[in-house]
Design a binder for this molecule. Structure first.
Ligand SMILES: *Cc1c(COP(=O)(O)O)cnc(C)c1O
Length: 482
């Protein structure tokens, strides 16, 4: 199947819409715009009738895969279905038509919403203060690293080492580097937990903190937090928790109670902000007593019933974004929290865990389970056994597309060979999980009996297997009209 580009639909003879002749005097473009600003050539835009434009884009939207069409079981990045009511609320004119430079007394409602969201997130994380400023998860990580760095600098010592377990999300070491620090890897043990001996061996007086992804990218909850916390706080280093996937912990565990000093949350994963397609996202940071004077500004404070953008944080790391964060994302998250309430939020986490463990039970015999520790919201299988049939996990992922399913994450985390990393999320039904498990079972059977089907997959998608290396190296996004 081949879908034409809109440029190829161009027909210079589209019926022109009838518009009445203007009754005011007319001037030519040349009279109105200085010639230096005028194009030398027409821009080459396609001329297409309205109905053809609509049909073109509707048709494209059905070729695309999206969460409104089916399950999106990526590991490490919760791609769950977001209730549409949160979209509606974020588009209410009272929210959507605000201008960021409006005087504070005219936007008290918006500020109150942000203030209350900060309070909710404090309660959910067990932390003492929150800044809604960061625009993404990795931006929150950067904020956290900068706060930790400044915490030590202010004590007159320049600590620059951040410990990062090998099961952490890939953005963690990157954020450490951007914050001007050095990431040192801590190994995982045979259970997928932090190897405490390796951790102890890497403690020294340059260690500023540790960044734990919890649950880790193996989906495993770090069970020895108390021991890690004693070791880390023992040298006055700080505890960072990557809480991007808080849908595993909501209402069950509060990172503040575990002794963490800073956590970022991805509102665009856990709290009903659309995710994928590039944002805008939101990655608020919540902090313990140790870091509350370092938060990025502004936060929203309240005095005598009046809400205001507060920049009076004594050792703030400063501004990280224009204005105060992605407001529409905050509206969605606020509404989502209110809608679910404390019990509903806990149920979200319980369902995320049950769904992942159900799917794990239905699929673990098909491949290899590298770590036996029971996971939380996601799990990782290894496709190593398929190599005997000349099949790689990428082939399995591509073949899943033929069954009308989005492929899970593959080849990540790096500590698992031929990794297949699955997060069904809490929003999928048992029927959908069964469908996924059945498809995987059929594909593994095909791998044994007829591996060629997998090598050439996908067969039924609008675009077949692409040369990903070439697509990465020779990026060509230009279209040159004839
Ligand atoms: C998605 C994710 C991040 C990064 O979040 P972005 O918003 O994509 O920057 C960090 N850590 C974990 C565990 C994640 O899943």
């Amino acid at each position: 199947m081949y879908e034409r580009l809109i440029f190829e639909l161009d027909r210079q003879q589209v019926p022109k819409p009838y518009l009445p002749r203007p009754t005011i005097p007319q001037k030519s473009v040349e009279e109105l715009i200085p010639s230096s600003y005028l194009r030398k050539e027409a821009p080459g835009l396609p001329e297409v009738a309205e109905n053809e434009v609509v049909r073109h884009f509707i048709s494209l939207s059905t070729l695309n895969y999206h969460v409104d069409k089916g399950i999106y079981p990526l590991g490490s990045c919760s791609m769950k279905y977001n209730p549409k009511v949160n979209e509606d609320v974020s588009r209410l004119p009272g929210f959507a038509n605000l201008h960021p430079l409006q005087p504070e007394e005219t936007v008290q409602g918006a500020l109150k919403l942000m203030f209350r969201l900060q309070e909710f997130l404090k309660e959910i994380t067990g932390m003492v203060a929150v800044s809604l400023v960061p625009a993404a998860g990795a931006h929150g990580e950067l904020a956290g690293c900068m706060m930790i760095r400044k915490y030590h600098d202010l004590k007159g010592r320049s600590r620059r080492t951040m410990l990062v377990p090998d099961s952490a999300h890939g953005t963690n070491p990157a954020s450490v580097t951007i914050a001007g620090m050095r990431a040192v890897t801590v190994r995982s043990d045979e259970n997928g937990l932090v190897d405490l001996d390796d951790l102890k061996a890497k403690l020294n007086d340059d260690v500023a903190g540790i960044m734990l992804t919890n649950p880790s990218t193996l989906g495993i909850f770090e069970r020895r937090i108390a021991e890690i916390e004693t070791l880390i706080h023992g040298i006055d280093a700080l505890m960072y928790m990557d809480g991007a996937n808080l849908n595993a912990l909501l209402g069950i565990v509060r990172p503040g109670d575990l002794g963490f000093d800073v956590i970022h949350l991805n509102l665009h994963k856990t709290f009903s902000v659309p995710h994928g397609g590039g944002g805008p996202g939101s990655g608020p940071v919540a902090v313990s007593e140790r870091l509350k004077d370092f938060l990025p500004i502004p936060i929203v404070s309240e005095r005598e019933g009046r809400y205001f953008l507060d920049v009076s944080i004594p050792h703030t790391i400063g501004r990280m974004i224009t204005f105060y964060g992605n407001f529409a994302a905050l509206v969605r998250a606020y509404n989502y929290i209110l809608m679910n309430g404390p019990d509903g939020l806990r149920q979200i986490a319980e369902n995320a865990i049950i769904n992942a463990n159900y799917l794990l039970k239905k699929t673990e015999h098909l491949l290899e389970l590298p770590f036996k520790t029971r996971p939380m919201h996601e799990f990782v299988l290894s496709g190593e056994p398929l190599k005997a049939h000349g099949v790689r996990i990428m082939d399995v992922a591509k073949r899943l597309l033929d069954y009308g399913l989005h492929a899970p994450t593959v080849y990540f985390p790096l500590i698992v060979k031929e990794a297949l990393m699955v997060e069904p999320t809490e929003t999928e039904s048992k029927e959908m999980l069964d469908k996924f498990a059945e498809a995987l079972e059929k594909i593994i059977q095909e791998a044994r009996e007829n591996p060629d089907i997998l090598h050439q997959a996908p067969h039924r998608t609008p675009v077949r297997r692409i040369d990903e290396l070439k697509a990465n190296k020779e990026l060509n996004v230009c279209f040159k009209p004839k």
